[in-house]
Design a protein around this ligand. Structure first.
Ligand SMILES: Cc1cc2nc3c(=O)[nH]c(=O)nc-3n(C[C@H](O)[C@H](O)[C@H](O)COP(=O)(O)OP(=O)(O)OC[C@H]3O[C@@H](n4cnc5c(N)ncnc54)[C@H](O)[C@@H]3O)c2cc1C
Length: 457
């Protein structure tokens, strides 16, 4: 009897899971293992929204495995120690896992490989699990990764994705392996009120519904803040309850301009993953430094708090920051303009903003979050690092009727149309009726401070 341990990480699904598929093809039995990793919790990365969503994912994965005659084995503690322990208990020859890109994932893999080898076991890593194309699968001449998106997209688009794998019919799990309790969403306090539901079933349902009703309009509608027309699949991609390869294949099969634009966004995700895989230090250090002397939590404390609370006096910025707190998710256009506001208009260190996003985002992801923050801060891969987004212009353009602002900033709901983007223009007496702050800083002043700092850098 041969046994293989499948160590799940960010691939919490049964459909199109190359790691699980390979284990089932090569062994008589498998142990589907998830370790509640104490190192992630103590590093502060297990934010309540992600912990709650993860609990949904594990509950659903366990249910899916049970429908196939198996079950999920959950352990708690150090991931390497627990995986070695379970492999020994099961008499497994090997542990299989998906290849990750963050520094933490790379170290985990290395520690696991060494530990298992010293136990006389093997680690097998499956790279085409978390991204549509494995990081490093395409590289430019003379470098280990693409630093510019457009040439990456061109090369990426020419590659044929691997075949999409069906969910297994049965998953035989050895009866003797014990499990801790599968966590429940209710175990976690401090969760955003509007947090989405996790799990593979919820993810597949969401994709099927959005493919029918949203995909065709995606190209034209993806920047419409009030229309909320994007897929909202990011948490499912982060936890791997949906496979990026399957999404690319199924969107291409549906065809059309909307599908093409959606696939391009999935390529952005792969792009950031391949940058981080090659430069794991970009999670904390500038990818391309501009020698900034950023303002910090000490020097700009009150402004940072106003930004976090959605009280900057710029309605579209405040609307987006409040959406983040309420849902644990924010529209991409909101992420762009709130990040520009913090790093450029307020000239605050991008790491302060990235940390706040990671405290709340259900899709909070080292590759996508840190590298998008760097993009907006102009220390990343953007070829126009000094561009500053003007929140009034952004509001008028992407929320022309002001509906997004009125949804999230109810104090301003009495203001009609796009006037909601500039409450300071109201006559003094009328302005006084609204319990809403004055702008934190003049936009031109903030912009000048940033550009002057960059000239010096
Ligand atoms: C400052 C900032 C921080 C961000 N932090 C995160 C994060 O922590 N996690 C995260 O998944 N995304 C992050 N993004 C990228 C993007 O905003 C979200 O992926 C997107 O808003 C999720 O909504 P959706 O699933 O409806 O996206 P859709 O528009 O439907 O796009 C489909 C998928 O493509 C991928 N995608 C879309 N845009 C990007 C992008 N710019 N970079 C990388 N992948 C992308 C996502 O996986 C997304 O689910 C960030 C963007 C910015 C500007």
């Amino acid at each position: 009897m041969t046994v293989s341990v499948v160590l799940f990480t960010s691939d919490l699904r049964l459909h199109d899971n190359p790691t699980l598929h390979a284990a089932l093809s090569g062994a008589d039995e498998v142990v589907p293992l998830f370790v509640l990793d104490e190192a992630i919790a103590s590093a502060g990365f297990a934010a309540p929204n992600r912990r709650a969503f993860l609990a949904d994912c594990l509950t659903d994965l366990d249910a899916g495995l049970r429908e196939r005659g198996g079950r999920l084995v959950v352990r708690t503690g150090d991931v390497v120690a627990r995986a070695r322990e379970v492999a020994a208990e099961a008499g497994a020859d090997e542990v299989r896992t998906a290849g990750g890109v963050s520094r933490y994932a790379q170290r985990r893999e290395e520690r696991l490989r060494r530990g298992l080898e010293s136990d006389g076991r093997r680690l097998r890593v499956h790279d085409a699990t978390l991204t549509a194309l494995p990081p490093g699968a395409v590289t430019p001449n003379g470098s280990d990764h693409f630093a510019v998106f457009t040439p990456y997209f061109r090369r990426w688009s020419r590659e044929r994705p691997r075949d999409v794998l069906a969910a297994p019919r049965t998953v035989p799990v050895p009866a003797t392996i014990g499990s801790d309790r599968v966590p429940a969403r209710a175990d976690t306090a401090g969760v955003s009120e509007g947090l989405a539901e996790g799990g593979e079933k919820a993810g597949r349902k969401r994709f099927a519904a959005w493919k029918r009703s949203g995909l065709a309009a995606y190209e034209d509608g993806h920047d419409d803040l009030a229309g909320d027309m994007t897929s909202r699949l990011s948490p499912h991609l982060h936890f791997g309850t949906l496979s990026p390869t399957e999404l690319v294949v199924r969107a291409r099969r549906a065809g059309g301009a909307g599908a093409e634009a959606f696939v391009r966004q999935l390529c952005w995700r792969d792009f950031h993953h391949q940058v981080l895989a090659a430069r794991p230090d970009a999670s904390a250090a500038d990818y391309r430094t501009k020698h900034d002397s950023w303002r910090s939590e000490e020097s700009a404390g009150a402004e940072i708090e106003a930004w976090k609370a959605g009280r900057t006096g710029y309605p579209v910025v405040d609307a987006a920051m409040r959406q983040l707190r309420h849902e644990g998710w924010m529209h991409n256009r909101g992420r762009l303009l709130t990040a520009s506001f913090l790093t450029k208009t307020l000239y605050v260190d991008w790491r302060v903003g990235a940390r706040h996003f990671l405290e709340l985002l259900v899709d909070g992801d080292i590759a996508n979050n840190q590298l998008n923050w760097q993009w907006m801060a102009g220390t990343g891969t953007d070829s126009r690092p000094n561009r500053v987004l003007n929140p009034v212009v952004q509001g008028r353009r992407f929320d022309p009727e002001g509906r997004y602002v009125r949804r999230w900033v109810p104090e301003l709901s009495g203001l009609a149309g796009s006037a909601v983007h500039e409450p300071w223009r109201l006559p003094e007496a009328e302005r006084a009726e609204y319990d809403y702050p004055d702008p934190l800083v003049e936009l031109a002043e903030g912009r000048d401070r940033f550009l002057r700092a960059r000239e010096k850098g």
